[in-house]
Design a protein. Sequence first.
Length: 323
Amino acid sequence: MAYVAVLLGIALLIWSADKFVTGASAAARQFGMPALLIGMLVVGFGTSAPEIVVSLFAALDGNPGLALGNAYGSNIVNISLILGITALITPVAVTSKVLRKELPILTAVTALAGWQLTDGELSRSDALVLLIGFVLLAIWQIRNGLAEDVDDALADDMRIEITRKLVPLRVALTSLAIGFVVLVISSRMLVWGAVEIALALGLSDLVVGLTIVAIGTSLPELASSIVAARKGEHDLALGNVIGSNLFNTLLVVGIAGAISPTRIPDVMLGRDWLVMAGLTVAMTIFGIGLRRDRPQGRINRIEGGLFVACFVGYTTWLLLTIR
């Protein structure tokens, strides 16, 4: 039953996340929200909705390790597997000014997360700092979304995508509501099944969060990023990953820590955070275009292959140190 709950929960999670993001984006556009703001804030929140709800239930059930593993594991999966596969299919060109600003912000947020792990505890004060950081990020996104909607590449990609999926307000709100309800139900199933599997196999909830749950909650980003890249909407594909990682690190971990403070295993700083930080720095370098031979940001197939290789290497490392 636990395995069935996990598989069915992941399947419903993918379906409901798509409904939720589509409904939220269409409704926001119907209410007159600029396309860039939708891409930065609404889609960022929507793509992280699975991680938010799963981690919320995990923390409420007294499994903060599952919540923390879900957040950081999803960040690793987003860059190494999702962005890697997307770049292998089609190289991702980065032209958005906003994304080039968000990449250093994500690097700084990742460094903050590492600093908080050094004392071996995720306390409520740590959670408060993360939540304040999220509020500041949201304010910055709102200001940029309102000011730079006209000439940013991410806004152009988002405007095309919204126009393609634009539906009447009633339909958008219905899709949003149905997506949210199914998202809650599927997240509850996934958390229950994951905890039962962890208990049966003698694994920690952190390991299950870093593997099964992290991959499951990141699958919506995989689908949306690949589709966006194949349509030539490269900035939107990268924006899905950056937005999700920002929300995961600040909001998801912040909520989990506020509900259920927890001790951090020593291995997490030197293994999981280290991999997440390394991938984030690499994505920032490739995305901004800091290399002299490449003035424009671009993640090519070679770099995509390196990201996927990192996912395989990290997963192998995790399995070898699984207990």
